[in-house]
Design a protein around this ligand. Structure first.
Ligand SMILES: *Cc1c(COP(=O)(O)O)cnc(C)c1O
Length: 396
């Protein structure tokens, strides 16, 4: 198949895409229209927790699609109850609302916090979020996000998202007023450049929230579901948030997300939250299959082994080339570069022959790595060796 045979201009032009069409995926590898293979260290932007077309997911899709796909969220269905039970048992949260995307889950978290403010805090509605944060692409979640330029892109913004600085507790304290109802953040800023919150900051936020009667909301759309080496990232910070959102890895590649809350924060009344596809059995059955792999014996230990291999390999490259270093948690990691050649590296990695390598540069001077959680030791080694050669090639 030739690329020119596809009429790509029938799609809205929302980003610049390379001249290739993917037709097949298996584990950590993708194949394009021309049969070229690519080692995938993006995995749908940290979505495909088990890699491409995981057999467990295929089985769940086939079995569930022959049973029941969509009875409507107005009725209970078995897989959504099974997944809700697993998620609540694995966390400190008591209740789940399933959604179809991370943005929709965060939109739900914002609504839940505002409702809680109406019930418990005299109508307080402001949610303090962080500069450089990313919470999604709906109007409210774009307003909650701290991405440069997003405050004016679709003006006017949704009101009520004052911005503080990650890991600067005083910057949060300074924004609190009578209208503040919550503090919301990513435990590791993903799109912002793989910037982890410090333990001290997270614990400080919890104390600040308790002092002022605020909710603490963690957006774990990217960090949740084993990505950082524990089922949820908050578990590594010694804090108990009130609300958590999940997305990306929870469906392993099918559209699934979740809004979770402790009983005290589960204040929706009938009619205030919903959605045609929420908790549909097809996607939640896949969620159950993905969850059971992540929760299986030794799985998280192997995630941490791969994370250590990746971290050490990236640090060796940083030492070899005098780069600023590497950082991250679990299998969400970044290599900091000594110049704005990230996009050039991404391009060179993709076009190399015979096999391409898919990398991501969320900032020009930074590469982000988010492989499948079951990526093999050999594929990780291959990526590190290719990256070594690419850095040499691109920096010269
Ligand atoms: C990807 C992401 C979102 C948005 O999720 P979508 O499914 O794209 O709507 C929200 N928050 C964080 C932290 C993310 O990484």
């Amino acid at each position: 198949m030739e690329f020119s045979q596809f009429s790509v201009n029938t799609l809205m032009e929302i980003t610049s895409r390379p001249d290739l069409v993917f037709v097949r995926g298996q584990g950590s590898w993708l194949e394009d229209h021309a049969g070229k293979r690519y080692l995938d260290f993006i995995q749908g932007w940290a979505v495909n927790a088990l890699g491409h077309s995981a057999p467990e997911m295929q089985r769940a899709i086939i079995e569930q699609s022959s049973q029941l796909m969509n009875p409507s969220p107005a009725f209970y269905n078995v897989p959504s109850l099974q997944l809700a039970k697993r998620l609540t048992q694995a966390s400190i949260f008591d209740r789940v609302f399933f959604a179809n995307s991370g943005a929709e889950a965060n939109e739900g978290a914002i609504k839940l916090a505002r409702k809680w403010g109406r019930v418990h805090r005299n109508g307080a509605y402001k949610i303090i979020t962080m500069n450089h944060s990313f919470h999604g692409r709906t109007l409210a979640t774009m307003s909650a996000s701290g991405k440069a330029g997003w405050d004016t892109m679709f003006a006017p913004q949704v009101d009520g998202f004052p911005k503080a600085t990650l890991n600067d507790l005083e910057s949060v304290r300074a924004l609190i007023d009578a209208q503040t109802v919550a503090i919301m953040l990513e435990p590791v800023q993903g799109e912002g450049g793989v910037l982890p919150a410090t333990q001290e900051f997270m614990q400080g936020l919890r104390a600040l929230a308790d002092e002022h009667g605020l909710l603490l909301i963690v957006d774990e759309v990217q960090t949740g579901m084993g990505r950082t080496g524990t089922m949820f990232a908050y578990q590594q910070f010694g804090v108990e948030p009130d609300i958590m959102t999940l997305g990306k890895g929870i469906g392993g590649g099918v559209p699934l997300a979740a809004l979770m809350a402790r009983e005290s924060a589960s204040v929706f009344s009938h009619g205030e939250q919903g959605g045609t596809y929420n908790g549909n059995p097809l996607c939640t059955a896949v969620g159950v299959a993905v969850f059971d792999v992540l929760a299986g014996d030794g799985f998280m230990a192997s995630v941490n082994q791969r994370a250590q291999q990746l971290s050490e390999g990236l640090q060796m490259l940083a030492d070899k080339y005098g780069l600023p270093g590497e950082r991250g948690m679990g299998l969400l990691r970044a290599l900091c570069l000594d110049g704005d050649y990230g996009p050039a590296l991404v391009e060179a990695a993709r076009v190399q022959e015979p096999n391409g390598l898919l990398l991501n540069a969320p900032r020009p001077n930074l590469l982000r790595f988010m492989p499948a959680l079951n990526v093999s030791e050999a594929d990780t080694q291959t990526m590190l060796e290719q990256l070594d050669a690419l850095i040499q090639q691109v920096r010269d």
